[in-house]
Design a protein around this ligand. Structure first.
Ligand SMILES: C[S@@+](CC[C@H](N)C(=O)[O-])C[C@H]1O[C@@H](n2cnc3c(N)ncnc32)[C@H](O)[C@@H]1O
Length: 314
């Protein structure tokens, strides 16, 4: 681990190489592989329902860890997902949206919720699972900032008006509490609730409300990369082996501090990109104005020359 992480005297750039090969914004649940390893090692997980697949980066991990069937649910599957599913017999693509599709799929040992990150959808997903899959583990993403207490809606949203808060195309930043076009914006892919907090708003609020009706379920939170939640019935972990194995992650102040630093830095980068783009627009507008004025000056000069020529010849 040390050499893989820190390199060596002969290869001092190993860590930097690894750092620059990662995306600027980590957001895929593939980063939680070691948490999934803990879950798979302690539970007989054969069937997985993965809601929200995007690139398909994580789907193969469940098969690698021992799942025989992984139902990859995403109404907008990319070509990359389609190829990943075709190449792996354990993966099955489902293009109906969640939560509507849940009753039509086999009851799973592990549900991974990372689809539409809003109260209405997550509340229904969790309610269905807690009622119909009492022995399952549920892994969920985006329990912390920005979607823990603020709804995100993939657009066009199939939700009824009553299930959505008033929306904005601006996005949140950690640098102030108001939304801003320089924040975490969806660029047409998603909108966000104009207000954070309150009732029926955000992924964490949905989980809290579902748990209030099912106190027999335990909730763990890993405070990294937007927050990963893990739900399971306390009775399915009688010796608390799963809870103990997760503890170094769920109680880590270090992870929480690094996550806060990460979102602060990332939203600062977003703001700087926005300002750089605005300055580039200003420069372009100025260049257009100067070009138009030069053209006008050239036209007036030519007119003047013509007038002089007429005067001289007269
Ligand atoms: C954040 S991405 C998922 C990322 C993926 N889980 C990963 O960790 O790499 C969210 C995905 O959810 C999908 N999605 C949106 N609404 C959904 C719904 N109602 N049911 C299932 N998937 C949905 C979107 O198309 C998008 O691909």
């Amino acid at each position: 681990m040390t050499e893989a992480m820190a390199g060596s005297r002969e290869d001092p750039h190993a860590q930097a190489r690894s750092a620059r090969s990662a995306p600027v914004l980590l957001h895929s649940m593939s980063i939680f592989r070691e948490i999934f390893e803990i879950v798979f090692a302690r539970r007989g997980i054969r069937t997985v329902v993965e809601i929200g697949v995007e690139s398909g980066q994580v789907s193969g991990i469940y098969a690698e860890l021992g799942a025989s069937d992984v139902y990859c649910v995403d109404p907008e599957p990319t070509e990359r997902v389609r190829s990943a599913v075709e190449a792996n017999d354990a993966l099955h693509l489902v293009t109906e949206p969640s939560p509507e599709v849940l009753p039509r799929l086999p009851v799973a040992d592990l549900y991974v919720l990372d689809g539409d990150h809003n109260y209405a959808v997550v509340r229904r997903e969790v309610a269905w699972i807690l009622e119909h899959a009492p022995d399952a583990v549920v892994a969920m993403h985006d329990l912390l900032w920005p979607w823990g207490r603020r709804d995100l809606y993939y657009e066009p949203s199939p939700l009824k008006a009553g299930d959505r808060h008033p929306i904005s195309e601006d996005g949140p930043t950690v640098w102030h509490d108001e939304l801003t076009p320089a924040g975490f914006v969806g660029l047409g892919a998603f909108t966000v609730a104009r207000h954070a907090g309150g009732e029926r708003n955000g992924v964490l609020t949905a989980v809290e409300d579902a748990l209030a009706e099912h106190p027999e379920w335990r909730f763990e939170l890993v405070p990294a990369v937007f927050g990963m939640g893990i739900l399971y019935r306390a009775e399915t972990d009688p010796d608390e082996a799963l809870q103990r194995a997760l503890r170094p992650y769920t109680t880590s102040n270090l992870l929480a501090a690094m996550e806060n630093n990460r979102i602060a830095l990332y939203t600062r980068v977003l703001q700087m990109q926005f300002e750089a783009a605005a300055q580039a627009d200003d420069r372009d507008r100025l260049a257009d104005t100067v070009a138009a004025q030069r053209h006008e000056i050239d036209r007036l000069t030519a007119e003047l020359h013509r007038a002089w020529a007429v005067l001289r010849s007269g």
